[in-house]
Design a protein around this ligand. Sequence first.
Ligand code: DX5
Ligand code: ZN
Length: 220
Amino acid sequence: MAVQINPSILSADFARLADEAKSVSGPEGADWLHVDVMDNHFVPNLTLGVPIVESLARATDTPLDCHLMIEDPDRWAPQYVEAGAGSVTFHAEAAAAPVRLAREIRAKGARASMALKPATPIEPYEDLLPELDMLLIMTVEPGFGGQAFLDIMLPKIRRTRELISKHGLQLWLQVDGGVSADTIERCAEAGADVFVAGSAVYGATDPAEAVRSLRTQAAA
Ligand code: DX5
Ligand code: ZN
């Protein structure tokens, strides 16, 4: 299970996005840039949309991992693939037709991913897993960076890893929220292999070093 570290630009300086993306790129740098799209309806916060994703995709070689915290992803998610995202995550709680949507994202050429809020169980979605390239387990309530990691999500990460193994699937298991030097080892031990880190990377004096050090910890 290769470890991947995806810095979240939610904690970056939005006026300097291209530079902030560059600060974590390179051979030992970010595997993906995590881009949090919020619509002020699905979550109580507003960030950015398709035009900024388009610009960012042109400004960096690091592939974009777009996390859509929006209502009606069935309508909007395909536009993020067209904007240049390499991976698009929609929320299970918001999608009207998750299977159709995952197939559409894949057909347009991106990796399809589905996210679960803390109170959403994995079990009802077991049969959908083969339609996905990644599952995202939120380890905070979505909406803001810098929140405390929810330890109570560790059993869900463990159960999801077991389901992935039971079905012999290749999908990646991402964790997002409060992932830091203090919590990443617990997530890795529970079975996560893709780690989103916002404040732990962009709040550090040296973001590139923070990525390297998180990777070492997760792989230990
Ligand atoms: C929260 C977002 C996260 C956020 C994580 O709703 O989905 O991606 O940027 O920030 P940290 O790592 O600071 O918890
Ligand atoms: Zn996110």
